[in-house]
Design a protein around this ligand. Structure first.
Ligand code: NCD
Length: 300
């Protein structure tokens, strides 16, 4: 699973079927004897550890590559590192700051590779768990109904936004997308705008939190500081006060849901965490079950 590009509606339905079963604590497959290797060249808390939890819950084993203690420090090439790792595991979970590295890796490792984030490119498994969380509250497969989603934050660099938008565009004509970047430097690239324009008549970009009543789903992201040039990072000025807090809750729908892939920075105040519309820790929980279902799809 390298990108959203080869994910189909049937696959998503299959995945959600087994995700629900895993959530109900039913056994969906036994992976005894199988080994998953986490290959993370960039920081991670949730993605890496939820894959690890998912593999253990299915009876499999996990090995973790640690770049700081690896022979990369002795001058070994990435290619030799990957050729070595290929012999140690049955499935690989890869995160790397360079967008193309995953495609190069997939030429070298001839076993299943799951993209756990390729730079500012994509993060398909996060998009699937986001969509599963949305599906838990809204009947999105009923194409007679329609839904509004607002993406807030670093639209330009957020790979979780990129993958979720691609997934929505691919499968859900009935979900309408609106964008709220924190400032002009974080506007999406033209390619993404074009994609959204093909999906719906036009792309609306709103400017602040003053008019949020029409959205069913509010999807927040932090500023991806590590992907900005240092100069821009120091000088970034937001168009509005980006902290969404208790006072904003009265301006959103009673049955809206608030999502965030986490980690959060200042954009989501912790004073809203107990509001039952906030589902970001439910996303964390669903992350384990969706990854169990993904592993099932690979090994069955
Ligand atoms: C995201 C990521 O790494 O892209 N985190 C995650 O996987 N849950 C979001 C982020 O880093 O902002």
């Amino acid at each position: 699973m390298l990108s959203i590009d080869n994910i189909t509606l049937d696959f998503v339905k299959y995945l959600f079927f087994f995700t629900k079963k895993a959530k109900n604590k039913e056994q969906i497959i036994n992976l005894k004897g199988k080994i998953l290797c986490n290959l993370f060249f960039e920081s991670s808390t949730r993605t890496m550890l939820s894959f690890q939890t998912a593999m253990y819950r299915l009876g499999g084993e996990v090995i973790n590559f640690n770049k700081d203690y690896s022979s990369l420090n002795k001058g070994e090439t990435f290619s030799d590192t990957l050729k070595t790792m290929e012999h140690y595991a049955d499935v690989f979970v890869l995160r790397h700051p360079k967008k193309d590295f995953i495609y190069q890796a997939s030429e070298i490792i001839k076993k299943p590779i799951i993209n756990a984030g390729n730079g500012d490119g994509e993060h398909p498994t996060q998009a699937l768990l986001d969509l599963f969380t949305i599906f838990s509250y809204f009947d999105i497969f009923d194409y007679k109904k329609s839904f509004n989603i607002l993406f807030i934050g670093d639209i330009k660099h957020s790979r979780t936004i990129h993958s979720l938008i691609k997934l929505i565009i691919k499968l859900f004509k009935n979900i309408h997308i609106t964008l709220l970047p924190y400032c002009s430097e974080l506007y999406p690239d033209n390619d993404l705008i074009k994609l959204i324009e093909e999906h719906q008549k036009s792309v609306t970009i709103i400017n602040d939190y003053s008019n949020l009543q029409e959205y069913d789903i509010l999807y927040f992201t932090r500023l991806q500081k590590e992907r900005l040039e240092e100069k821009l990072n120091k000088n970034i000025v937001y168009n509005f006060d980006i902290q969404f807090s208790k006072k904003h809750l009265e301006n959103i729908k009673e049955n809206a849901i608030i999502l965030h892939p986490l980690p959060r920075n200042e954009e989501l105040s912790t004073d809203i965490d107990n509001d039952n519309r906030c589902k970001y820790f439910e996303q964390v929980e669903n992350g384990v079950y969706i990854r169990m279902a993904i592993l099932r799809s690979i090994f069955s």
